[in-house]
Design a protein around this ligand. Structure first.
Ligand SMILES: Cc1ncc(COP(=O)(O)O)c(C=O)c1O
Length: 394
């Protein structure tokens, strides 16, 4: 990997390993295992496998290694471990490093499955978790302790798009020796500088923008070589959450077009946020890239752009939100995000359904809230579709 390449070049060429045939497009090594020339060679590889030597696809595979090297280069991380889904990455990173008696501080505005891992799984194994309002630095300061091993947060929260100040939270965490794990899905690798800003571990659901075309589930954990190969890899390779070679190939092809897609999506998201300002049917338009967002300055200094997701809050609650969703012609009702297709979600009844009402209220997940993951369609077509559906929702 050539370190002085700019991100778009790294996203196309980084990590490429060519076979003896010199293929242009990355090869899919659809194999679970590898043949050794001799018994002695098998023994030697099990003692210490070289960088280009593989044993078993749960441990590693050439296509998966290409994806790991490519995204590590793009993110500015020493190394990466690719996983079967975003949740395999979140739960794997946390479980690999924590033990009974450890304390974790986490932002309370989290994706439902992340919340489940922290609240229901880790606590069963004797890990204590304290939740804070991630935007309030005083709460982070008050919550960390000398036995805090990890802090965990989504850099932009799902679905209310709160921006967490990575640098400041990392300083607070590092003062007590805690590891900072950032779920960076909404920032995307295109707008991420999380490692330079103090994150020790960056996690992506590759299902979102990295695939970006709704085809495959995947995830990735990025960090120091020591953390990835010393802590994450032994846990993941023995517990079975590794990425498949076919998925790695999908994700490699996704990385090639990632910045083109994400920049187009973010430009349309900003145009949509602008067009919806002051709309009579809406109580709120939430987009961190718009000047109206309370953390607009933090968003721009941390990410440079506002990302690809907007949330809107319909004044007339769930009935109006459902009428809006049902009237859309281009945007699709679904629950993924980061896709080339615009996807709208009603979090209160789907992705965040299992949260108790008081927690929904505390997080701002109202019955009127709709998350819009902006796709790569023509901006005018998209804005027109949203506007006609808002009109129909009245
Ligand atoms: C912020 C965040 N983290 C993690 C995940 C989990 O990713 P996956 O669905 O790939 O397991 C999601 C998926 O919706 C997410 O939005």
């Amino acid at each position: 990997m050539t370190n002085d390449w700019n991100p778009r070049t790294k996203a196309v060429h980084g990590g490429t390993r060519r076979s003896q045939y010199g293929e242009v497009s990355e090869a899919i090594f659809l194999t679970q295992g590898f043949v050794y020339d001799t018994a002695e060679a098998a023994e030697a590889r099990f003692i210490q496998a070289g960088d280009d030597e593989f044993i078993y696809a749960r441990y590693g595979n050439p296509t998966v290694a290409m994806f790991e090297d490519r995204i590590a280069g793009l993110e500015g991380a020493e190394d990466a471990f690719a996983t079967a889904s975003g949740m395999a990455a979140v739960s794997g990173a946390l479980t690999a490093m924590l033990k009974s008696g450890d304390h974790v501080v986490a932002a309370r505005a989290l994706f439902g499955s992340c919340l489940y891992v922290l609240e229901e799984v880790l606590t069963r194994f004797g890990v204590e978790v304290t939740f804070v309002d991630g935007t309030d630095l005083n709460q982070w300061r008050a919550a960390v302790r000398t036995d805090t091993r990890a802090v965990f947060f989504e850099s932009v929260s799902n679905p209310t798009l709160e921006v967490i100040d990575i640098r400041s939270v990392a300083d607070i965490a590092h003062a007590v020796g805690a590891t900072v794990l950032v779920d960076n899905v909404f920032a995307t690798p295109v707008y991420s500088d999380a490692i330079a800003q103090g994150a020790d571990v960056v996690i992506y659901s590759a299902t979102k923008h990295i695939d970006g075309q709704g085809r495959a589930l995947g995830g990735v954990i990025l960090g120091t070589r020591d953390f990835i190969r010393g802590t994450v890899e032994p846990y993941m390779k023995h517990t079975g959450g590794s990425m498949s070679p076919f998925t790695a190939w999908v994700m490699l092809k996704g990385l090639e077009t990632l910045s083109l897609r994400v920049n187009a999506q973010a430009a349309s998201a900003l145009a949509l946020a602008d067009a919806l300002q002051g709309h009579g049917a809406l109580a709120r338009v939430i987009y961190p890239g718009h000047v109206s967002h309370p953390q607009h300055d933090l968003c721009l200094s941390q990410m440079g752009k506002g990302g690809t997701v907007i949330s809107i809050d319909l004044k007339d609650g769930q009935a109006a939100a459902f009428r809006f969703l049902n009237a859309l012609k281009i945007a699709k009702v679904s629950n993924n995000l980061g896709d080339a297709k615009t996807i709208v979600t009603h979090p209160a009844t789907t992705t965040h359904q299992r949260l108790p009402e008081d927690q929904k209220r505390a997080l701002g997940i109202t019955r009127g809230l709709v998350r819009i993951s902006v796709g790569i369609e023509d901006t005018d077509d998209l804005v027109g579709d949203i506007q006609q559906a808002l009109q129909a929702s009245a």
